[in-house]
Design a protein. Structure first.
Length: 781
């Protein structure tokens, strides 16, 4: 009995130092207050397989300890740092907390770093507070114990990043907010680190530091916002050699000499790498050869290698995207023993390139997900795909490839407003609402229909009600617009329905005018045979917009459709009854059929009954209502029921959501007042059956479409609970925290033949939340 993970999706945190890779084929990244692990499920496809909620606040940095990739460090914006041990348990990765530090509580963590030297573990972290903390832990009898704590302070300077290594002794480098690098060595007597040297040269903040041992020298790479990477060379010298060098006046590269407890060091700038045009956020060394990986907000990822012994470094490989929706990168790491490069982008996407036998780089499909709270989710009526929308201004579609891998197939809408609600009307149509006064209706292009058929290995006529009526080839966004325009395929090429293009073949115009701003945003949709990469999703999988629904006075908020999809009901934000009306729309003519007035404030939940004859609404005014359809075309509705005023059974705070049982025999309401109420609906009479007071606010509810006795609720803490209702009593069967933050929506798949079920007959539940996650689980009773 419990939840079995089918799919996990979440975008990467939009900041540097949140992506890591271990030595066993696993990658890990921060997503809101979760950490998500990913690995290859089949060749050429990475997929997310484990998620762990380890913080209450959003993560700001993540680090696997150097020399021990089984230890994970994490810091959050609340100032908490945690050390977790990665443990393999059956086929999953579990996290065991070793230590938690709250020295900087209330101040966002700027970096975390860990280095293991034999049985000593050094943990460093800093925050906006301006103090860098260094903890030393000792391993004794398989237990880590803190043996030393040091506070490193540089006046009002903030430490941005750090790196440590052992090269005859422990050496520590810290980058400060004055664009300088502090070099420290460990004093063996006190166990503290002592300042020895300050390296100057960069003109802006240094965002990454990385040590590398090579032959008889130690190299330190520093990546800066001044668009340059400096490689510093450290050489150990004896005292006589140091005295000789002090006496020489020969013309040579500027050197800095310093003494530590046991050694004397010569530090020189080995080289300065110039090639990036924007801030550089990351510099990482290759695991087995002398090569440096850098990435920048200028949309490029580069690998640098020395040309010869003269200290000349050249750009050997360049990756990234040019033009269009391409964005810069916050981080890049080597994976698979240096044969792959994995990067995270400005918009929270993951990119991966793998070197082939011809020494070229091939793109690898990576996990993807939303980079902001996910607000709604809906299933394709046939269960062939699932759709989500988010405050990251995107709508996304996920499906199953080769009956093995689940991933993102399409991004039908990338809009300038946060998305708040969606509803799939049929396999080729959906309606989307956001922080604007209109709803937008989209229709699938043929490229999506064919791509879905290809990855599901089915005929498209099996997947769509009227495949022959899917005539648009693809879609694109005009350079000065927000509405997706349709494009068509002709013998001459791709035609588009837009006045921005004068020719019937805009592709030719694009190629002839690549210097124009419009050209770089050209879309090139095509029939896919496998899941696409992030760069394809960003631009080439849009759906054309067909209709705009006007009428609401404020930002739209909720939507639902009748079971036959002939009607939809919509609402908007409201602080007065004049704007709290629910509108009924005909999906054939897209004309407004009726206006249902009952509530005083925003209607936050709308649900048609399974028969389609009744409409249930719930509102911020703490009440619910049921309307009955009085005619066949949905033009006449009658208010059938609403709660009695001043009844002790009423909700006392906002009712967050509601849902009907499959046979319309009862409905459920849940709210911020922690109440979970089941109402009997018999012969159009509503009576309270059971009211349960939970320990925390309930934010979502869903009744199983195949078993009316199963009710699932989502809580403010991120927990999901399965309850059994026998007609009179409620019993909690399963309770588990599936999300790190508030659950926004729960949705059962209404098809028992869904591709997501992988030959199982158990109910499939999708949940989305403020923690940026889409999580699909199979429920076992």
């Amino acid at each position: 009995m419990g939840f079995e993970d089918v799919f996990i999706s979440g975008g990467v945190a939009q900041m540097p130092h949140v992506l890591e890779y271990d030595n066993n084929g696993h990658g890990v990244y921060a997503s809101s207050n979760n950490v998500i692990f990913f690995q290859k499920k089949i060749e050429g496809f990475y997929t997310s397989n484990y998620v762990h909620n380890i913080h209450d606040d959003d993560l700001t940095c993540l680090k696997l300890v150097d020399n021990d990739k089984k230890i994970l460090l994490s810091g959050d914006k609340g100032g908490v740092v945690k050390i977790n041990l990665l443990e393999k348990e059956f086929d999953s990765i579990c996290l065991k907390e070793i230590e938690c530090f709250d020295d900087t509580k209330g101040f966002p963590i700027t970096f975390v770093y860990g280095y293991r030297n034999n049985n000593d573990l050094y943990i460093l972290f800093s925050s906006h507070k301006g103090i860098t903390y260094c903890y030393t832990l000792k391993l004794d009898s398989n237990k880590w114990t803190i043996i030393n704590k040091q506070e490193i302070i540089y006046g009002r300077m903030i430490t941005l990043c750090g790196s440590m290594t052992y090269f005859n002794e422990i050496i520590l480098a810290l980058s400060l907010s004055n664009s300088k690098i502090a070099i420290l060595t460990k004093d063996e007597k006190s166990g503290n680190f002592i300042d020895k040297l300050t390296l100057e040269g960069h003109l802006d903040w240094i965002r990454d530091l990385s040590f590398n041992k090579f032959e008889d020298q130690l190299l330190l790479a520093s990546a800066s916002q001044d668009t340059f990477v400096r490689i510093w060379s450290f050489k150990s010298i004896d005292k006589n050699e140091m005295d000789t060098e002090k006496g020489e006046n020969n013309l040579k590269i500027k050197e800095v000499v310093f003494e530590s407890h046991n050694n004397s060091w010569n530090v020189v700038v080995e080289t300065i790498l110039s090639g990036h045009e924007g801030w550089i956020y990351s510099a990482k060394w290759h695991p087995s050869k002398l090569a440096l990986l850098t990435c920048s907000i200028d949309k490029s990822v580069m690998i640098w290698e020395p040309l010869d012994d003269r200290g000349v470094w050249l750009e050997e490989h360049r990756m990234g995207e040019i033009g269009g929706q391409a964005v810069g990168y916050y981080g890049a790491i080597f994976g698979d023993d240096g044969n792959e490069v994995i990067a995270n982008s400005y918009y929270g996407g993951l990119y991966c390139w793998r070197m082939n036998e011809e020494q070229d780089w091939d793109s690898v499909v990576m996990p993807s997900g939303h980079s902001a709270p996910v607000t709604d989710v809906d299933w394709d009526p046939r269960g062939n795909y699932i759709m989500t929308c988010s405050h990251d201004q995107t709508t996304r579609i996920f499906s199953v490839y080769n009956n093995i891998v689940i991933g993102e197939l399409s991004r039908p809408q990338m809009h300038g407003h946060s998305r708040t609600c969606i509803k799939i009307l049929s396999s080729d149509r959906f309606v989307s609402g956001g922080e604007e006064k209109i709803f937008r209706v989209f229709k699938a292009p043929s490229t999506f229909a064919n791509s879905l058929a290809n990855i599901l290995q089915k005929n498209p006529t099996e997947l769509f009600d009227d495949y022959s009526n899917i005539t648009d080839y693809g879609a694109f966004v005009p350079s000065l617009g927000l509405s997706n325009k349709a494009s068509h395929m002709s013998d001459e090429g791709m035609d588009v329905d837009d006045n921005d293009f004068n020719s019937k073949n805009p592709v030719s115009n694009v190629n002839d005018a690549m210097s124009s701003e419009m050209a770089i945003f050209a879309s090139y949709p095509k029939d896919l045979t496998s899941l696409p990469t992030e760069d394809c999703l960003m631009q080439n999988t849009l759906w054309p917009e067909k209709v705009k629904l006007y009428g609401h006075g404020y930002e739209v908020f909720a939507i639902d459709s009748s079971p036959d999809s002939k009607l939809i009901a919509t609402s908007c934000k409201a602080s007065h009854s004049n704007f709290a009306a629910v509108y009924i729309w005909d999906t054939e003519t897209w004309k407004r059929k009726a206006e249902l007035i009952c509530h005083q404030l925003t209607v936050v939940g709308i649900k048609f009954s399974r028969s389609g004859n009744y409409l249930l609404t719930c509102s911020r005014d703490r009440t619910w209502s049921i309307f009955k359809k009085e005619d066949n075309d949905g033009a006449k509705w009658r208010l059938l029921a609403r709660p009695e005023s001043n009844s002790p059974n009423n909700h006392t705070r906002i009712i967050w959501y509601c849902d009907w049982a499959p046979n319309d025999e009862y409905f459920v309401t849940v709210g911020r007042d922690k109440k979970f109420i089941v109402w009997k609906f018999d012969n159009e009479v509503v009576t309270l059956v059971k009211s349960y007071l939970h320990s925390e606010p309930i934010t979502s509810v869903a009744v199983c479409p195949f078993d009316s006795s199963i009710i699932v609720i989502g809580l403010e803490s991120g927990k999901v609970e399965v309850w059994k209702f026998d007609g009179n009593n409620l019993e909690c069967m399963i309770s588990k925290r599936l999300h790190g933050k508030t659950i926004k929506r729960l949705r059962f798949c209404t098809s028992n033949k869904t591709a997501f079920n992988m030959h199982s007959t158990k109910p499939i539940l999708a949940s989305v939340g403020d923690d940026h996650l889409l999580r699909i689980t199979r429920i076992s009773f």
